[in-house]
Design a protein around this ligand. Structure first.
Ligand code: NDP
Length: 402
């Protein structure tokens, strides 16, 4: 595409960790990409800076008040950027005809509708927003197939798996000759902390990931290993594999990003430094290979790579996610919604770290699972799970104060 004309790109969640890394790669290739739209939620200063630098046609703040502030900031510095506000505008800029690539890097369920729109419009969807796929897997994969969208995962593990698949493999189809895939997990900051100490950990400790710099929600998800649970579901949809063929392996160095084991016993792995620009560049340039700016891997300096099975008692969220995947239907959407509420409550210091899995289990027990092929039903079950989760928080706090 870049040989003839630049690829039009919308970056959803441009102000976040993945968004910033994406724009770093884009900036290395002037003329290859044409930034059509950048989006944020409330971080007006960050989006203003990006707009002044990349001069997109559209800048969207999901929060309408923030959009007004952004418009005022850009009036003199980037007057040609059209500022839009609200959730509908996110959907609009994901589906514009001028857009070829959509980086889906909004965090959480808020990214679902724009992500779906990108698939429905047949875009190249660079999927970081795993929650969208977890919530709506059947619907989303159908939209990809029906509209010839190209789905490329940005999660380093899933991107690694894709790289270990045969050359002609495309996401959404059961790969031939694959015995299993192995998703690696660092184990997060509390891998070696005794279970008895988990109740007292703080949001700052949970967000201090040993290998990756990420947004706060995914950092907490990594600490509980819900992130790996969501990734198991994501892998199930992306690679059309049952749970028995998806293994989770702890690998504290985050150098080997995942592996595919074939029927003949061959195991193919993808390695690289823990730098998200590597999977982002892979997906932006695919099927070409171009420089990501990441440091070259020095295995002699790394020395040794360790692997171990996860301790499921230490990480109950992993099992809850596997349970939701086995249940099917809207169970993963319910799990995801309860988790989002739980993580925010933990970050706001309303509940303890160890209450996160309890809250999710509470919501899962009380919500009815429905067929997961209707968007309306998915959104209703998401809302029901959030209500259950908030009820739990209220009763938890009442118990704590009595
Ligand atoms: P961040 O928290 O750093 O960024 C989130 C982005 O989403 C920001 O641009 C934020 O805007 C925007 N946003 C937040 N809430 C809303 C909302 N309600 N409506 C619209 N936009 C919103 O997250 P990350 O970049 O770390 O993660 C983004 C996604 O990528 C997540 O799904 C995560 O699981 C996935 N991912 C991240 C990895 C990483 O290394 N960070 C690795 C693999 C996957 P604002 O800044 O204005 O708040």
């Amino acid at each position: 595409m870049h040989d003839s004309q630049p690829a039009g790109i919308t970056v959803l969640g441009a102000t976040g960790s993945i968004g910033v890394n994406t724009l770093d790669v884009v900036s290395r290739y002037p003329g290859r990409f044409n930034v059509i739209a950048l989006t944020g939620n409330t971080d007006v200063e960050a989006l203003a800076g990006q707009c002044e630098r990349f001069l997109p046609r559209y800048a969207v703040m999901a929060d309408p008040d923030a959009a007004e502030r952004l418009a005022a900031l850009l009036r003199n510095t980037a007057p040609d950027v059209q500022v839009l506000g609200g959730r509908d505008a996110l959907v609009e800029v994901a589906g514009l005809p001028a857009v070829d690539f959509v980086m889906a890097a909004i965090v959480g369920a808020a990214g679902l509708l724009p992500c779906l729109e990108a698939a429905r419009r047949g875009k190249r969807v660079l999927l970081a927003n795993k929650e969208a796929l977890v919530m709506s897997g059947a619907l989303f994969m159908q939209a990809v197939r029906d509209n010839d969208a190209v789905l490329l995962p940005i999660d380093s593990e899933h991107n690694a798996i894709l790289q270990c698949m045969p050359d002609n493999y495309t996401a959404g189809h059961a790969p031939r000759g694959v015995r299993k895939i192995m998703l690696t997990a660092s184990g997060g900051p509390f891998r070696t902390l005794p279970v008895s100490k988990l109740a007292g950990v703080t949001p700052a400790q949970a967000c201090a990931h040993p290998n990756w710099e990420m947004g706060r929600k995914i950092s907490v998800d990594s600490a509980t290993m819900m992130n790996k649970g969501l990734e198991v579901i994501e892998a199930g949809w992306l690679f059309d594999l049952p749970l028995e063929k998806i293994k989770v392996l702890i690998h504290p160095q985050s150098i080997l990003h995942s592996m595919v084991e074939y029927d003949d016993g061959s195991v193919i792995a993808q390695l690289g430094n823990p730098d998200m620009r590597i999977p982002i560049t892979h997906a932006l340039a695919w099927p070409e290979r171009i420089d990501s700016g990441a440091a070259q891997l020095d295995l002699a300096a790394v020395g040794s790579l360790q692997f171990e099975d996860p301790d499921r008692a230490h990480f109950p969220c992993l099992e809850l996610a596997c349970h939701a995947w086995r249940q099917g239907g809207t169970a993963p959407a319910i799990l995801n919604a309860a988790n989002e509420v739980a993580v925010q409550a933990f970050l706001d210091k309303q509940i303890a770290f160890t209450s996160i899995p309890r809250l999710i289990e509470h919501a899962m027990e009380r919500c009815t699972v429905h067929d997961g092929t209707s968007l309306q039903v998915i959104l209703e079950d998401d809302a029901a799970a959030r209500r259950q989760a908030r009820d739990y928080i209220d009763s938890d706090r009442m118990q704590a104060s009595s």
